[in-house]
Structures are given as C-alpha cells and as structure tokens.
Design a protein around this ligand. Sequence first.
Ligand SMILES: [Ca+2]
Ligand SMILES: [Ca+2]
Length: 349
Amino acid sequence: MKQQRGIALIAVLLLVALMVIIGTEVMFRQDRYFARTESLVGWDQRYQYAMAAEVVALRALNDDLAQDRNHSVLTDDCVNDFWAVNLPPTPYENAWITASVQDLQGRFNLNSLVVQNGETFERNPTAYQRLVNLLQQLLESPREAELLASELSDWIDSNNLVDDIQGAEDGDYRWRRTPNIPIAHESEFRAIKSFRADSFKEPEYWGLFAALPVGTKLNVNTASSLVLDAYFADTVGDVGTKYVMEQREKGAIEDLAQLFANGPFGALDEEVQQELREAFSVRTDYFQVMVEVKTGQQSQRLVTRVQRKESGDIRVYSRQLVPRLMPMEPACNPFYYVQSEEEGSGVND
Ligand SMILES: [Ca+2]
Ligand SMILES: [Ca+2]
C-alpha cells in the first residue's frame, strides 16, 4: 500500500513537472512570436513613413519645376530653390523622421568616361583627365589616380582591349567579367581591379560621385568646388572655380554661354569654351531623396533616386534600403559647402 502511494506521488510530480515544461515552452514561443510580429510591423511602419516622406519630397520637386516654368527660367540651385530641403529629426506619431534631398547632377558622373556612338561606348579622354584630377585629391595614394581611371574606363567602354598600359579588361579579372556598358551605381567603382576598401581618404567621398546616363551634364549651380576644380584644372584652374562661386552668390547661373565667355574663361579658345558649355547645365534631372525613420530603438534609411524630366514627368528609378554606416547626407550636395583644399577646410562634418 505504502509503496503504491509512493509511485502515485512520483507520477503526480512528473506530471506537474511536464506541465511546467510545456507551459514554459508555450510562453517562450508565444513571446518570440510576438517579438517577431512586432518587429515586422515596426519595419513595415517605418518603411511606409519613409515612402510618405518620399512623396512629400517628390511634390516639392514637382512644385519647383512648376514655379520655374512660371518664371520661364529653368534652373536648379541650392540657395533659392525649395527642393533642397533638410528636415531635421521631426516627431510624427511614434516615429522620428529625418529627410534631405540631393542633386545628383552636382556630382561627378562616372559614366561621362564614355561617349555613345551608335551602339558602342567609346572612351572620352577629356572626362578621363577630369576624373584623374578629381581622384588625385581623394585618394590615399594619388599616384593611383590614372590607374583607377584607366581601369574604370575599360570597365565601361564597349571594347575588350586594354586601351592604355594601366587599364584592365576581362583577361585581368579572375572571378568576374567587365560589363562593357555604363555602370548602374557609383558603388560599381569598387568592383574594378585595383580599387581597395581604403582607396579613398574619407568614405564620405562617395558623395562626390554618381552613375547617371551617358551624356548627363554637370549642374554648374550645384557642383561642389572639388568637382569644379577637376573640370577646370586643365584650362583655367581654380580661378575658374572661384569665378563660378562668385557668380553663384549673385543668384542661380542661367546662361552658360555668358558664363564661359567672361572672367578667366574669356581668354580661352572658342573650342574650349564650347567644350565647357557642352559639359555643363544650369538645371537638374536627377535627384536623390534620403529618409531616415526611427521608432523606439530601431531605425531605417531609404535612399530613393528620381528622374524629373524637363517636361514635368517625375519617376522613381531606384529605391534602396541602405545601412546607416555614414551620417545622413546634407541637402543639395554633400560637398556643396566644402571648399577645395587650397581654399581651406577639408571634408564637411
Ligand atoms: Ca571594356
Ligand atoms: Ca577598353
């Protein structure tokens, strides 16, 4: 009798222990399920907020064009135009939203390394030299400027011939092939043979580059002095940049013919002036909208790139969730307020 009671007690204890284990497991799983749902809902909510902020930015770009049309002067600059917004962290419901709009045509277009001739993309020696000039300011070892510019030219040009001694075509790559067409994003620059993670002195320098369609011009009103210097280095030098900056202070530059016929440019050959007129524009088609949304401890950054045609058509051509490795880019152009080295300060903070 006594022994039987003992067994019954053990059985009851085992049963209780089992129920406790099952109960704990159920609660654990439920908790995990809630956490997962919560984080998914949070993710989606942040994404929707970011998309809403993007719509507001697109509307501002649209309104800006409409206003320009009313004044019959199509220019884009960072002083008078209201698209160049910088929204500081602003509370909205349970989130904090930060946003800014940048002009991609104030950056060096890496695809300018080629010109399109029918179906083929041929090297553009003028643009090559401009890229070399720019890279010399940005690279940890400026001696590599020509090497990197040559490799990138081969990466983009249609042929499979190494056009100068420093280039690199398919035969020089072991695990990849050159696309032989314009690049889709400036980060593709990293794919070329000699580019290393620490090639640039500062990671922020990526903000000086863009990958826009071949033939897209540099907006003289929004370009940073570093890029302008690279464009003028072989003709008038930084005196040209200074002159452009002075003109910009008076208001948006509207007339390229007038700009490149005066000041230090006045002494240049007509042919060189023509080349400059063709390389620049006074307005912009390609913009970037950067939005960061924070809810609780989580945050998300959305980078949207848009094309706003002169006709008024506006469309998103890329949307990317990017890791928050660098600070938010300021409005207009990350290097708009940065003076080139001879004139003073280095990278903006
Ligand atoms: Ca090639
Ligand atoms: Ca080639």
